[in-house]
Design a protein around this ligand. Structure first.
Ligand code: NAP
Length: 297
């Protein structure tokens, strides 16, 4: 199966590399050149444009920042839609709006092209190690066709339901992650400002009911003051916007999500949008007037 890949950033580049390692013929495209050249050096073909990628592929994967990027790459000039043949499949693994996903899928269906939404969780490390969690929406038969590709990229591959439901699942994921990061940030700043060593507090909490992957990984990042992405705060801000829009149309009030959405917006407004989302701790520490220590802004 010939695979195309558009969007070679923190996530897309290692994912495309894993497909090459697994023996797939992969044609790539990205807005900036360096990541294209890196992948061509390890065996990828350069598609030159989204259309060029689509013309050479039976399955095209997109891994782009936001909804307008996926719409532009798919339907813009020299877009995927101009090159995708009937029977081919677009697999969007970006995190975008479920409603927009359904409408992109409907437009592609008119051309005989199938679409799966297959957003992921597991971060840069999961992308590099091929251990992502992949949440898939779309036709079950199309899912089965593409499944071998998903199994190269991830370990936990779950078909959620019809097209768009992968993105709904991802919105749920991002709610849990954002609120947990905020909780970990508040706990560690509380510890520090109350005279308890936050590193020891983290260690104690990890063995009890408050233990989580986020306390483990992002708690350590917070202690180290290491906010290199990882996952950019601006992208998580976008994800909570999607969760809130989705919740609004379902009539579900998401109070905690709305709060952390605003805090991520404040992080972006301070010029920290390209820091890792664990940098939420900087705001919590700043609000506490913390003047020293690893948790300070
Ligand atoms: P990223 O590092 O910003 O990468 C996005 C890539 O898309 C960049 O290489 C960018 O090119 C390229 N791009 C943007 N617009 C384009 C266009 N019109 N045509 C071609 N290429 C274009 O983002 P990321 O962290 O990989 O995230 C990608 C998606 O995965 C997002 O939806 C994000 O929410 C989701 N996600 C990320 C993580 C994570 O931990 N990072 C985890 C799960 C899900 P340039 O090189 O020119 O910028």
């Amino acid at each position: 199966m010939r695979v195309g890949f558009v969007g070679l950033g923190i996530m897309g580049k290692p994912m495309a590399r894993n497909l090459l390692r697994a023996g797939y013929a992969v044609t790539v495209h990205n807005r900036s050149r360096p990541s294209v050249e890196e992948l061509v050096a390890v065996g990828a073909a350069d598609g030159g444009s989204p259309r060029g990628v689509a013309e050479r592929s039976e399955v095209v994967i997109t891994m782009l920042p936001d909804t307008p990027d996926v719409e532009q790459v798919t339907f813009g000039p020299d877009g995927l839609a101009e090159g995708l043949r009937p029977g081919s499949v677009l697999v969007d693994m970006s995190t975008i709006s479920p409603a927009a996903t359904r409408s992109i899928a409907a437009r592609l269906a008119q051309r005989g092209v199938d679409m799966l939404d297959a957003p992921v969780s597991g971060g840069q490390r999961g992308a590099e190690e091929g251990t992502l969690s992949i949440m898939v929406g779309g036709d079950p038969q199309v899912f089965q066709r593409v499944r071998p590709i998903f199994e190269v990229l991830g370990k936990n591959v779950v078909h959620i339901g019809p097209v768009g439901s992968g993105q709904v699942c991802k919105a749920c994921n991002q709610v849990v992650v954002a609120l947990t990061i905020q909780a970990v940030a508040e706990a560690l700043v509380l510890a520090e400002r109350s005279g308890a060593d936050p590193a020891r507090v983290r260690r104690a909490l990890l063995g009890g009911f408050a233990g989580s992957r986020i306390l483990e990984v992002h708690g350590q990042r917070m202690l180290d003051g290491n906010h290199q992405p990882g996952f950019r705060a601006r992208l998580h801000h976008k994800d909570l916007r999607i969760a809130l829009e989705t919740a609004r149309s379902a009539g579900v009030p998401l109070l905690g999500t709305a709060l952390v959405h605003e805090l991520l917006g404040a992080l972006v407004a301070r010029g920290w949008g390209d820091l890792d989302h664990s940098a939420l701790v900087r705001l919590v520490a700043d609000l506490a007037g913390a003047g020293s220590g690893a948790l300070s802004p």
